[in-house]
Design a protein around this ligand. Structure first.
Ligand code: G1P
Length: 275
Protein backbone atom coordinates (compact mmCIF):
# COMPACT_ATOMS: atom_id res chain seq x y z
CA UNK A 1 0.00 0.00 0.00
CA UNK A 2 2.81 2.43 0.91
CA UNK A 3 5.75 1.60 -1.30
CA UNK A 4 8.22 4.41 -0.74
CA UNK A 5 10.20 5.62 2.21
CA UNK A 6 12.17 8.85 2.41
CA UNK A 7 15.45 9.02 4.31
CA UNK A 8 16.74 12.54 5.00
CA UNK A 9 20.46 11.79 5.34
CA UNK A 10 22.10 15.11 4.50
CA UNK A 11 22.77 16.32 8.07
CA UNK A 12 26.27 17.07 9.32
CA UNK A 13 26.42 14.94 12.46
CA UNK A 14 28.29 17.61 14.41
CA UNK A 15 27.67 15.86 17.73
CA UNK A 16 29.85 12.98 16.52
CA UNK A 17 32.84 14.96 15.31
CA UNK A 18 35.59 14.07 14.64
CA UNK A 19 34.14 10.65 13.58
CA UNK A 20 31.78 12.35 11.14
CA UNK A 21 34.31 14.72 9.58
CA UNK A 22 34.61 12.67 6.42
CA UNK A 23 32.14 9.88 7.13
CA UNK A 24 28.33 10.27 7.06
CA UNK A 25 26.84 9.99 10.55
CA UNK A 26 24.29 7.53 9.11
CA UNK A 27 27.17 5.12 8.43
CA UNK A 28 28.22 4.95 12.10
CA UNK A 29 27.85 1.29 13.04
CA UNK A 30 25.73 0.07 15.89
CA UNK A 31 27.80 -3.08 16.53
CA UNK A 32 28.44 -4.15 12.91
CA UNK A 33 25.65 -2.51 10.93
CA UNK A 34 25.39 1.14 9.87
CA UNK A 35 22.55 3.11 11.44
CA UNK A 36 20.91 3.79 8.08
CA UNK A 37 20.71 0.06 7.30
CA UNK A 38 18.59 -0.52 10.42
CA UNK A 39 16.17 2.11 9.11
CA UNK A 40 16.13 0.62 5.61
CA UNK A 41 15.44 -2.86 6.98
CA UNK A 42 12.55 -1.45 9.02
CA UNK A 43 11.11 0.22 5.89
CA UNK A 44 11.43 -2.92 3.76
CA UNK A 45 9.77 -4.96 6.50
CA UNK A 46 6.85 -2.51 6.34
CA UNK A 47 6.54 -3.05 2.56
CA UNK A 48 8.37 0.15 1.55
CA UNK A 49 10.92 -1.33 -0.82
CA UNK A 50 11.68 1.92 -2.65
CA UNK A 51 14.07 3.85 -0.46
CA UNK A 52 14.48 7.48 -1.48
CA UNK A 53 17.49 9.15 0.08
CA UNK A 54 17.96 12.88 0.38
CA UNK A 55 21.72 13.10 0.59
CA UNK A 56 24.26 15.88 0.49
CA UNK A 57 27.92 16.56 -0.04
CA UNK A 58 30.21 14.02 1.58
CA UNK A 59 27.56 11.30 1.70
CA UNK A 60 28.71 9.06 -1.14
CA UNK A 61 29.46 6.20 1.26
CA UNK A 62 25.70 5.79 1.73
CA UNK A 63 25.10 5.31 -2.00
CA UNK A 64 28.01 2.85 -2.13
CA UNK A 65 26.66 0.90 0.82
CA UNK A 66 23.39 0.25 -1.03
CA UNK A 67 25.12 -1.02 -4.16
CA UNK A 68 27.16 -4.08 -5.04
CA UNK A 69 30.88 -4.04 -4.29
CA UNK A 70 32.04 -6.45 -7.00
CA UNK A 71 35.62 -6.64 -5.80
CA UNK A 72 34.55 -7.59 -2.29
CA UNK A 73 31.95 -10.07 -3.57
CA UNK A 74 34.59 -11.68 -5.77
CA UNK A 75 37.16 -11.86 -2.97
CA UNK A 76 34.97 -13.60 -0.44
CA UNK A 77 32.80 -15.70 -2.74
CA UNK A 78 32.79 -19.34 -1.64
CA UNK A 79 34.62 -18.59 1.63
CA UNK A 80 33.25 -18.75 5.18
CA UNK A 81 33.16 -14.94 5.18
CA UNK A 82 30.12 -14.73 2.93
CA UNK A 83 27.90 -14.89 6.00
CA UNK A 84 29.00 -11.36 6.94
CA UNK A 85 27.48 -10.00 3.74
CA UNK A 86 24.14 -11.73 4.23
CA UNK A 87 22.17 -8.85 5.76
CA UNK A 88 23.21 -6.28 3.15
CA UNK A 89 22.73 -8.74 0.25
CA UNK A 90 19.25 -9.34 1.56
CA UNK A 91 18.53 -5.59 1.61
CA UNK A 92 19.87 -5.18 -1.94
CA UNK A 93 17.74 -8.07 -3.22
CA UNK A 94 14.56 -6.55 -1.84
CA UNK A 95 15.07 -2.80 -2.08
CA UNK A 96 15.57 -0.12 -4.72
CA UNK A 97 17.57 2.98 -3.86
CA UNK A 98 17.18 6.42 -5.33
CA UNK A 99 19.09 9.53 -4.33
CA UNK A 100 18.70 13.25 -4.65
CA UNK A 101 21.05 15.86 -3.23
CA UNK A 102 19.95 18.61 -0.91
CA UNK A 103 22.19 21.52 -1.83
CA UNK A 104 21.50 23.70 1.20
CA UNK A 105 20.61 22.62 4.72
CA UNK A 106 17.40 24.46 5.49
CA UNK A 107 15.80 22.03 7.89
CA UNK A 108 13.86 18.77 7.91
CA UNK A 109 10.90 20.31 6.06
CA UNK A 110 13.21 21.45 3.28
CA UNK A 111 14.81 17.98 3.11
CA UNK A 112 11.37 16.38 2.74
CA UNK A 113 10.46 18.85 0.00
CA UNK A 114 13.72 18.04 -1.79
CA UNK A 115 12.56 14.41 -1.87
CA UNK A 116 9.34 15.26 -3.70
CA UNK A 117 10.74 14.33 -7.11
CA UNK A 118 11.52 10.82 -5.82
CA UNK A 119 8.17 10.33 -4.10
CA UNK A 120 5.56 11.89 -6.39
CA UNK A 121 1.89 11.92 -5.54
CA UNK A 122 1.52 9.04 -3.09
CA UNK A 123 1.66 8.51 0.66
CA UNK A 124 5.14 7.66 1.94
CA UNK A 125 7.10 6.79 5.05
CA UNK A 126 9.92 8.85 6.57
CA UNK A 127 12.75 7.49 8.68
CA UNK A 128 15.22 9.65 10.59
CA UNK A 129 17.99 7.12 11.03
CA UNK A 130 19.32 8.83 14.18
CA UNK A 131 16.34 7.33 15.95
CA UNK A 132 17.02 3.61 16.10
CA UNK A 133 13.76 1.79 16.84
CA UNK A 134 13.66 -1.85 17.79
CA UNK A 135 10.67 -3.99 18.67
CA UNK A 136 12.06 -7.48 19.30
CA UNK A 137 9.68 -10.24 18.29
CA UNK A 138 7.03 -7.83 16.98
CA UNK A 139 6.36 -5.53 14.03
CA UNK A 140 8.77 -2.66 13.50
CA UNK A 141 7.48 0.87 14.11
CA UNK A 142 6.83 1.65 10.42
CA UNK A 143 4.87 -1.60 9.97
CA UNK A 144 2.76 -0.66 13.00
CA UNK A 145 2.12 2.74 11.42
CA UNK A 146 1.16 1.27 8.04
CA UNK A 147 -1.54 -0.78 9.80
CA UNK A 148 -2.91 2.48 11.25
CA UNK A 149 -2.69 4.27 7.91
CA UNK A 150 -4.98 1.61 6.41
CA UNK A 151 -7.57 2.67 8.93
CA UNK A 152 -7.16 6.48 9.01
CA UNK A 153 -5.68 7.44 5.60
CA UNK A 154 -3.97 10.54 6.97
CA UNK A 155 -0.48 11.55 8.09
CA UNK A 156 0.76 9.79 11.22
CA UNK A 157 3.65 10.66 13.54
CA UNK A 158 5.32 8.32 16.01
CA UNK A 159 5.47 9.63 19.58
CA UNK A 160 7.02 8.74 22.90
CA UNK A 161 6.76 10.24 26.37
CA UNK A 162 9.91 12.12 27.36
CA UNK A 163 10.90 13.85 30.61
CA UNK A 164 9.77 17.50 30.79
CA UNK A 165 13.36 18.78 30.76
CA UNK A 166 13.93 17.13 27.35
CA UNK A 167 10.92 18.45 25.40
CA UNK A 168 13.07 21.27 23.94
CA UNK A 169 14.87 18.70 21.75
CA UNK A 170 11.73 17.54 19.95
CA UNK A 171 8.54 18.35 18.14
CA UNK A 172 5.84 18.01 20.80
CA UNK A 173 2.15 17.24 20.25
CA UNK A 174 -1.10 17.48 22.15
CA UNK A 175 -4.24 15.77 21.01
CA UNK A 176 -7.52 14.11 21.66
CA UNK A 177 -7.07 10.51 22.81
CA UNK A 178 -8.83 8.15 20.37
CA UNK A 179 -7.87 4.86 21.95
CA UNK A 180 -4.93 3.46 23.92
CA UNK A 181 -1.77 5.10 22.58
CA UNK A 182 -3.46 6.96 19.71
CA UNK A 183 -4.24 10.68 19.53
CA UNK A 184 -5.78 12.98 16.99
CA UNK A 185 -3.34 15.89 16.90
CA UNK A 186 -4.70 19.27 18.02
CA UNK A 187 -1.46 21.13 18.48
CA UNK A 188 2.15 20.60 17.64
CA UNK A 189 5.18 22.74 18.49
CA UNK A 190 8.76 22.31 17.29
CA UNK A 191 11.42 22.48 20.04
CA UNK A 192 9.28 24.24 22.68
CA UNK A 193 10.72 25.19 26.04
CA UNK A 194 9.32 23.42 29.09
CA UNK A 195 6.73 26.16 29.74
CA UNK A 196 5.37 26.29 26.18
CA UNK A 197 5.26 22.52 25.57
CA UNK A 198 1.68 21.30 25.07
CA UNK A 199 2.54 17.92 26.69
CA UNK A 200 5.50 15.57 27.09
CA UNK A 201 4.59 13.54 23.98
CA UNK A 202 7.59 13.95 21.69
CA UNK A 203 7.74 13.14 17.99
CA UNK A 204 10.20 10.35 17.18
CA UNK A 205 11.75 10.03 13.71
CA UNK A 206 9.09 7.89 12.03
CA UNK A 207 6.31 9.40 9.93
CA UNK A 208 3.75 8.46 7.34
CA UNK A 209 2.92 11.50 5.25
CA UNK A 210 0.23 12.13 2.68
CA UNK A 211 1.58 13.88 -0.44
CA UNK A 212 -0.34 17.15 0.12
CA UNK A 213 2.45 17.82 2.64
CA UNK A 214 4.65 18.98 -0.29
CA UNK A 215 2.36 21.88 -1.22
CA UNK A 216 2.05 22.82 2.43
CA UNK A 217 5.85 22.73 2.89
CA UNK A 218 6.29 25.01 -0.12
CA UNK A 219 4.17 27.60 1.68
CA UNK A 220 5.79 27.11 5.11
CA UNK A 221 8.11 29.84 6.39
CA UNK A 222 11.21 29.15 8.44
CA UNK A 223 10.34 28.36 12.07
CA UNK A 224 12.39 27.11 15.04
CA UNK A 225 16.16 27.55 14.51
CA UNK A 226 15.44 29.49 11.30
CA UNK A 227 14.67 26.20 9.51
CA UNK A 228 11.68 24.99 7.50
CA UNK A 229 10.07 22.62 9.98
CA UNK A 230 8.08 19.52 9.09
CA UNK A 231 6.27 19.97 12.41
CA UNK A 232 4.86 23.35 11.27
CA UNK A 233 3.59 21.83 8.01
CA UNK A 234 2.03 18.91 9.89
CA UNK A 235 0.28 21.35 12.20
CA UNK A 236 -1.36 22.96 9.14
CA UNK A 237 -2.40 19.50 7.94
CA UNK A 238 -3.89 18.77 11.37
CA UNK A 239 -5.86 22.03 11.27
CA UNK A 240 -7.29 21.52 7.80
CA UNK A 241 -7.69 17.74 7.94
CA UNK A 242 -6.31 15.11 10.23
CA UNK A 243 -2.96 14.01 11.68
CA UNK A 244 -2.69 11.08 14.09
CA UNK A 245 0.02 10.55 16.72
CA UNK A 246 0.87 7.02 17.70
CA UNK A 247 2.70 5.79 20.79
CA UNK A 248 4.55 2.91 19.18
CA UNK A 249 5.48 -0.44 20.63
CA UNK A 250 9.20 -1.00 21.01
CA UNK A 251 12.32 0.77 22.16
CA UNK A 252 13.92 3.83 20.70
CA UNK A 253 17.51 4.94 21.05
CA UNK A 254 18.60 8.50 20.32
CA UNK A 255 21.66 7.64 18.26
CA UNK A 256 22.19 11.31 17.44
CA UNK A 257 23.65 11.64 20.94
CA UNK A 258 26.69 9.82 22.28
CA UNK A 259 24.93 8.35 25.37
CA UNK A 260 21.99 7.10 23.25
CA UNK A 261 24.39 5.62 20.72
CA UNK A 262 26.34 3.76 23.40
CA UNK A 263 23.08 2.51 24.95
CA UNK A 264 21.93 1.22 21.53
CA UNK A 265 25.27 -0.49 20.95
CA UNK A 266 25.08 -2.32 24.29
CA UNK A 267 21.46 -3.27 23.71
CA UNK A 268 22.03 -4.62 20.20
CA UNK A 269 25.17 -6.47 21.26
CA UNK A 270 23.41 -8.14 24.18
CA UNK A 271 20.03 -8.83 22.59
CA UNK A 272 20.28 -8.98 18.81
CA UNK A 273 23.81 -9.47 17.54
CA UNK A 274 24.46 -13.14 16.85
CA UNK A 275 21.01 -14.11 18.21
C1 G1P B 1 13.57 16.26 14.19
C2 G1P B 1 12.16 16.87 14.16
C3 G1P B 1 11.52 16.81 15.54
C4 G1P B 1 11.54 15.39 16.07
C5 G1P B 1 12.97 14.81 16.02
C6 G1P B 1 12.97 13.33 16.35
O1 G1P B 1 14.39 17.11 14.97
O2 G1P B 1 12.24 18.21 13.69
O3 G1P B 1 10.19 17.29 15.48
O4 G1P B 1 11.04 15.37 17.39
O5 G1P B 1 13.55 14.95 14.72
O6 G1P B 1 14.26 12.81 16.44
P1 G1P B 1 16.02 17.00 14.94
O7 G1P B 1 16.37 15.87 15.86
O8 G1P B 1 16.40 16.75 13.53
O9 G1P B 1 16.49 18.32 15.46
Amino acid sequence: MIKKCLFPVAGYGTRFLPATKSMPKEMLPVVNKPLVQYGVEEAIEAGMATCAMVTGRGKRAIADHFDINYELEHQIQGTGKEVYLESIRNVLDKGTFTMVRQREMRGLGHAILTGESLIGNEPFGVVLSDDLCINPGGDGVLAQMVALYRQFRCSIVAIQEVPADEVHKYGVIAGEPMKEGLYRVESMVEKPNKEEAPSNLAIIGRYILTPDIFDILRETDAGANGEIQLTDALMKQAQSGCVMAYKFKGRRFDCGSVPGFVEATNYVFENIYGA
